[in-house]
Design a protein around this ligand. Sequence first.
Ligand code: BGC
Length: 922
Amino acid sequence: MGYLLKTITASYLIDGAEDEETDAARIVVYEDEELQQIVFDTGRSGSVRGMATRIHIELKPRQRYYWKVQVWDRMGRCTESDTAWFETGLLSGGFRGQSITPDLDPSVQPIYIKSFTLEQPVKTARLYITCLGVYEAFLNGKRIGDEVLAPGITAYNHYIQYQTFDVSDMLLEGKNLLEVRAGDGWYKGMYGYRQNEKYRQGKKFELLADLYVNGACALSSDCSWKVRKSNIIMSDIYNGEFRDDTVDEKIYFPVREGLLDKRLVKERLGVPVKQKEIISPVDIIRTPAGEIVLDMGQNMVGWVSFFCREKVGHKISLEYGEVLQNGCFYNENYRTAKARFDYISDGAEKKISASLCFFGFRYVRLSGFTEVHIEDFQGEVVYSDLNRTGEIRTGNEMLNQLISNILWSQKGNFLDIPTDCPQRDEKLGWTGDAQIFSGTACLNMDCYAFFRKYLNDIALEQEDTGGLVPQVVPSVGRNERTSTAWGDAALIIPWKMYRYYGDESILEEQYDSMKGWIDYIDHQNLVNGTNPGLWQNGFHYGDWLALDGGCYHMPTGGTDIYYISSAFFCYSVEIIAKTAEILGKEEDYKRYSNKAAEVRAAIQNEYFTVNGNLCIDTQTAYIIALEFGIVENEVQRELIKKRFIERIRKDGYTLKTGFVGTPLILNALSDCGRSDLAYKLLLGNEYPGWLYPVTLGATTMWERWNALNPDGSMSDTGMNSLNHYANGSVQEWMYCHMAGICPKEDGAGFSKVVIKPEIHPGIGWLDLKLQTMAGGYEIFWKIKEDCKLYFRCRIPFGACADIMLPSAEGNISVNGIEGTYHEGVICGLRNGVHEIEYRLRKDYRAYYSLSDSVKELVSNPKIKGFLYDKVPMLCHTDKAEIQNMTLPEMSKLPFFLGIGNRLGLEELVLKEIESYIKEIPK
Ligand code: BGC
């Protein structure tokens, strides 16, 4: 209701049908509930798709539209859907009301008040309302709607969203009272970079409202409204809230006309933010410092509500933190954010909570409470109202906890905009973080509307910056800074959305923004006089937080930043070329395809040797060479793959990657045919790795691989969030490789998929449920004890799946019927549940080989015994750089190092070792 309808698409799903295909479909849109006035009709047609059919209507303001779908099967039988609806907002007519501002010091948090009389019975009523700051509205004492922190955060200098509420059942014939409580929120508070006054957004509260009753405007904001001082004395996104319920001044102050330009006020795009879940604390801790601390058992975002039984005038406080240190309360990693809720009781026994701010926390320090009863407290979990679409469970409990941590970091950081972290003095829409995590996010939850708003703001910001995509969007007053991989959010996010949701309109809507970013890079090359085929100028965050760089204070990692920026340039140009092709923009398609080839060639010239080797020997360098299509030639690809695997081995099979490499490393390993290594990295529980935080009890993703030291102490306070989703981007690999489901090139939105599971004994089984635009998929696989693979999948109506099963040869039973399928490839499975079982070839798991490092070999006790027996000198080679070598490499070490040939690693011995280890599974 009341959304900004830039492009309208209609989608539907068919469920429970036995047939495999429909013959035709029809979508009809009506203007009236009786379904008499047709305003749009596709007609019965074979080309009406279930996914994202374009609807063209000349929209009328404040109009509810009704729509239906009819489908015909091949026998000509017709089935009809229930009626659905959508409703427009005020559209171009805009608000009748005037923006009003309290005639009070701007620091006073106001409650706007308007009493009014309605002469007629109310049939329908809508309140259109927005505010500079954040607000909650009440009609006749009752809260309107269930969203919090409205109107949300937007690029305020471009637009402010208004909300539409159906208040038909809340209004009375006769006297009514409308009250709107406002708080500083993102707009007016200390939100932005490091609480700097300079980056305060707006200075004044303003309110704009129209109330329509039975189709006519019955009330508007104007100077007849009044304000009183709110019981919320202070509210701030970083610092929290101070609420004093003894404030009950019945003193009314006038309002003045505000300065808000009504042309900036637009229909909402953002998904409402709501209190989505409630959790109970698991413990009340008395700390060594004598504090009382509530443990929610889960790092969460929102606030704690409590039942207050304190006497009038009694003050209590709640302070929020993510972790205990030495058993005591701690929140130094919040930096300047005070993150507290202070409350003065009016003596009434009632439920109390913050409402105009939010906190990221697991622990809450309670002060001033006369008595503390655990059952009086609740964690109210707040995030954008997004539906869960993907779920993965496996036979590995640690991995399941990681999956849960990723989901909780998504919940906590998908609060109107995608943020880096929800607790310290940032809570900012960092574009890089959003880009990295967008794939996982879109599979875990339906994020279409959520990202659409974010991308809309990116595009608006670009209007002021000549195409530059700010590092943070909304840019909160600093739109001049950007970086590669951050700005590329403008292309990568819409592209992921298109691939996973199948709706081209997002590409269309964002096309100029995508182009804008490419143009910006071209322009930078022009003004800096640098090679136009690369991007070798300006500031970049590089492989942010990678472990192979030297600089602690600027952790851009060990991979040349301009190689990274050039590689992203190539990848983004590739995306826009594909986008132009999909949108039928022939000219652009040609232009950008050529450009992509030019950039690729320039990167080859600059960063590769004549023989095809990459000059930068880091994990991330190889990863992006492989994943961004920089190395196309098959022979060269094989070389780069080999070098990449060697690099990882030399790094002791540990991650060295940062924001650029981490999201892609497991994909790169799978592409190298080394899912065994991908699993090894994923399932390792030592630092650095995804499961290390799990061993320390993490319930969300951490910003740094070593946010906490093994003894539980914080490794750093400067930049150390315990709720940062970036490294959670690994879950996209779990969907696309562990479960193995991926939309085909021509199957965006999962209408056509490949299911190619990569199995591993380390997880034993996997269970996936994925709701897509093409319907619900299910995948289950289990490695059974008798070395058989049981595989089951459910393909939704109208979709089509090619299954590629691992280590399959000979007979495979599909739905109980034995058949021979070449290399386990079964093409074109459709609607329904399919069960497959077969005996796995021996190579379904990895075996040791001479290309493994010595460290890896001796980690297996059997091999260790054998090796030390065969080559006794080996036990003297305990230095890391030597341990990371392979045996053949070691055998070539110069004599003077004291090992080498003296080890007795002659060709023959190596052969003997090889034939022994290749029979031992990893
Ligand atoms: C944020 C990051 C962000 C980075 C820029 C940090 O303070 O929390 O996640 O991307 O700055 O490098």
